[in-house]
Design a protein around this ligand. Structure first.
Ligand SMILES: NC(=O)C1=CN([C@@H]2O[C@H](COP(=O)(O)OP(=O)(O)OC[C@H]3O[C@@H](n4cnc5c(N)ncnc54)[C@H](O)[C@@H]3O)[C@@H](O)[C@H]2O)[C@@H](O)CC1
Ligand SMILES: Nc1ncnc2c1ncn2[C@@H]1O[C@H](COP(=O)(O)OP(=O)(O)O)[C@@H](O)[C@H]1O
Ligand SMILES: [Mg+2]
Length: 275
């Protein structure tokens, strides 16, 4: 497994053309946030906006609409029970499903809807509750452009491998056999794995050990795929950038508060683009 460094991230995050417009930077649809976990949807959406997504729409429980708009006016919103959601999902360049989704019957229904609406050309980021639901219900995901973002316990649910067995040698084999697309095995360090490449992240640290850090990562990965395409280097660069933003805060804060991490991402992207 190869270290993923700042100079590798700088090969992904290049300066924008002068004529660049929002339609070229990806329409992201984030399906997230039940009545308890609205914050997860807000953090994912904030990170997507701050990492440069062209358009961000959040499909979430009705209760979360006003708080989302108050915190993040850049994001659009749709009720996740709205009959138009499948149309929106079919228009998306990148879909995030799972942060704060919950694991009840309603959440399972929404996840099934997403899995049936995603088009072949869209990237699909599966996180949090969606991973737990897929594992518990033995759902087979066939979508090729999938990005899985489990923490070690979610990964254990998914592939029946306890955290100590999630080694650099074993994970690529298991990912190849069981998970289509790209695996982001979060931890210290996070490893980003595809069929022909595997990277160990070199940024980040324990200041990130707080609820919401993973929700924020989903938005950064989504925005990177929306702007730079779907491949393992782009995803590893998103992981590096998210943790580097946390490192920036950790230089003079004990805790890298997730919404502050999102707010620091544009600074890191600017630094990368100037290299
Ligand atoms: N503000 C919010 O709305 C938040 C919502 N969240 C959502 O809440 C749902 C449940 O997620 P959770 O991850 O809390 O619950 P889970 O039940 O999936 O996993 C939690 C368990 O995993 C363990 N764990 C996590 N990382 C670990 C590591 N690196 N090594 C060893 N053990 C580890 C925890 O200690 C805990 O026992 C998800 O949908 C998530 O997106 C969380 O992100 C927290 C914040
Ligand atoms: N000690 C640590 N060192 C590096 N990264 C960490 C550390 N602790 C947590 N993280 C990062 O924080 C994130 C936690 O994700 P997750 O558990 O899904 O959070 P949540 O679901 O609460 O948003 C991952 O990206 C993980 O790599
Ligand atoms: Mg999580």
């Amino acid at each position: 497994m190869q270290d993923f460094t700042e100079s590798m991230a700088a090969q992904v995050v290049r300066p924008r053309n002068n004529a660049n417009y929002k339609g070229q930077n990806g329409h992201i649809v984030i399906v997230a946030g039940n009545e308890r976990f609205g914050g997860a949807a807000i953090m994912s959406a904030q990170a997507a906006v701050y990492a440069g997504a062209g358009l961000v729409t959040v499909a979430t429980a009705a209760k979360n609409h006003a708080p989302l708009h108050a915190r993040l006016p850049e994001a659009m919103v749709i009720d996740w029970a709205d009959a138009n959601l499948p149309i929106l999902l079919r228009q998306a360049d990148v879909i995030v499903v799972g942060p704060g989704l919950g694991v009840d019957a309603a959440a399972l229904g929404i996840l099934s809807l997403v899995l049936s609406a995603v088009t072949d050309s869209a990237a699909l980021i599966i996180d949090g509750s969606a991973i737990t639901l897929i594992a518990e219900n033995h759902i087979k995901v066939l979508h090729q452009q999938t990005i899985w973002t489990p923490h070690p316990i979610e990964l254990q649910r998914l592939v029946q491998l306890a955290p100590p067995a999630q080694t650099d040698i074993v994970l690529p084999v298991v990912a190849h056999d069981q998970l289509p697309g790209i695996l982001v095995a979060k931890g210290a360090p996070t490893r980003t794995i595809a069929d022909h490449a595997a990277f160990r992240n070199t940024s980040g640290g324990p200041a990130m050990a707080t609820g919401g850090t993973g929700d924020t990562l989903t938005g950064v990965i989504a925005a990177f795929c929306g702007q730079f395409g779907f491949n393992v280097h782009v995803v590893a660069a998103a992981v590096w950038t998210h943790s580097a933003a946390a490192d920036l805060l950790a230089a003079d804060q004990y805790v890298a508060v997730p919404s502050q991490v999102a707010a620091a991402v544009p600074k890191i992207m600017r630094r990368l683009s100037q290299q």
